[in-house]
Design a protein around this ligand. Structure first.
Ligand SMILES: [Zn+2]
Length: 409
């Protein structure tokens, strides 16, 4: 198998198949599989993080979070988001290898002894289906539709303009065929933005606005996967905390699993064109399909998630409702998922201490700094994010502050 998309998909599916039954769909359940694959200097591929998941806490459930759960319960358990969190564990492990003077697969020191990414590696993101949100909206019969016919003229207009309203008007020109229906997404336009017409046929959805994920009954405060991936594409997938220690980590290609509805145009629009960015990764679809994908005989979403990453210890975790499966409801370290804010924050603080000792840097932190303040002190990252919000993500809903205002347990 030589095709890169097929090799990536096959590796992720094989890794998934190697896990036991715990956390996997049963009977008529389906799930989504997402993962990140590293291509090294020798062009060999290896899976470094993997996750399944379909659920997201509703706004009401999130606001119901108990004091002991702040920083420990995951609000967004879509596979794409969990695979990123697992990837953060992998990044910390690789960074610690480098700080301990061991060989790291992805980090090295440049001439100034600053930690940088090896320049002959690349990162490839796999998802068994098209991400929810804008990327999922496209005509059902693409070939017979004028959708995409004026693609090059439209692209020129998009690139010539940074005004979001103009961009959206240009994007809406995609919808010039009215006898066809569109693939729909459950994600809803954010409340302060214009809303979908929900008229039958091709104009059901608006193109371009950022959207929140559907939850149990009511809206969630979590953005759709298309929006989150778009953010990672612009300011990196590493997040605020790691930005203090490493340069931005950018994904080079996205591979969607076989037998999922897929449109190259919609992927390019959803991740790049509707925002003020010139950076566009490669988008591909594999022929290889995921065994537990949604289908006629798999109609119910699986409530649990499998989370895995390539680290030496405790690689595999199972979660249900954003909590570690089987954990007792107590404010105690052993009850937290290793990909929760609490545990990633702990890993960050330990890594910062080591970073300071090895690089004579002054990334100091007070003993009882809150998660929120640690994130805010990542100045360069916060500047990029504030600018991006002004340009493209003005409507991005902020999570209530108290959910980030915690110190380590
Ligand atoms: Zn999603």
């Amino acid at each position: 198998m030589n095709n890169l998309a097929d090799r990536i998909a096959q590796l992720c599916c094989e890794k998934y198949n190697s896990f036991g039954k715990t956390g996997k769909p049963q009977d008529t359940e389906w799930t989504v599989l997402a993962g990140i694959v590293l291509k090294d200097a020798q062009e060999s591929l290896s899976v470094v993080s993997l996750a399944t998941g379909t659920k997201c806490l509703s706004g009401t459930e999130l606001l119901d979070t108990k004091q002991w759960e702040i920083g420990s319960r995951l609000s967004d358990s879509h596979a794409e988001v969990l695979a990123r969190r697992a990837f953060l564990r992998y990044l910390y492990h690789q960074l610690n290898l480098r700080l301990n003077d061991n060989n790291s697969d992805i980090f090295e020191l440049d001439a100034n002894k600053t930690i940088c990414l090896r320049n002959n590696i690349s990162l490839h993101y796999y998802c068994s289906q098209t991400p929810c949100g804008d990327c999922s909206i496209f005509p059902k019969i693409v070939e017979n539709c004028v959708f995409g016919v004026n693609a090059s003229a439209r692209k020129r207009k998009l690139h010539a303009n940074d005004d979001m309203e103009v961009k959206r008007a240009v994007l809406q020109e995609d919808y010039q065929c009215d006898e066809y229906d569109v693939h729909r997404t459950g994600a809803k336009c954010v409340e302060i933005d214009k809303q979908d017409s929900r008229l039958p046929g091709i104009n059901y959805h608006l193109l371009g606005p950022i959207r929140t994920k559907p939850g149990r009954g009511d809206r969630t405060l979590s953005l759709s996967c298309s929006d989150k991936i778009a953010k990672w594409n612009i300011i990196g997938i590493q997040g605020a905390l790691l930005s203090r220690l490493i340069p931005p980590v950018i994904i080079d290609s996205f591979c969607i699993g076989g037998q999922s509805p897929f449109s190259l145009e919609a992927m390019q629009r959803g991740i790049c064109e509707r925002f003020a960015t010139r950076r566009c990764p490669v988008f591909m679809q594999s022929e290889q399909s995921f065994v537990h994908r949604k289908g006629d005989n798999r109609a119910r979403p699986c409530p649990s998630s499998i989370i895995w990453c390539a680290v030496p210890e405790r690689q595999l975790e199972i979660s249900v409702d954003g909590r570690k499966q089987g954990a007792t409801k107590k404010k105690k370290r052993g009850n937290y998922l290793l990909i929760s804010k609490q545990e990633l924050f702990r890993t960050f603080l330990v890594t910062v201490d080591k970073f300071n000792r090895t690089t004579a840097s002054e990334e100091n932190h007070p003993k009882k700094i809150t998660y929120y303040h640690a994130k805010q002190s990542s100045a360069t990252y916060q500047q990029s994010w504030q600018l991006l919000k002004l340009q493209s993500f003005r409507a991005w809903p902020a999570k209530p502050l108290y959910l980030q205002d915690f110190v380590l347990v």
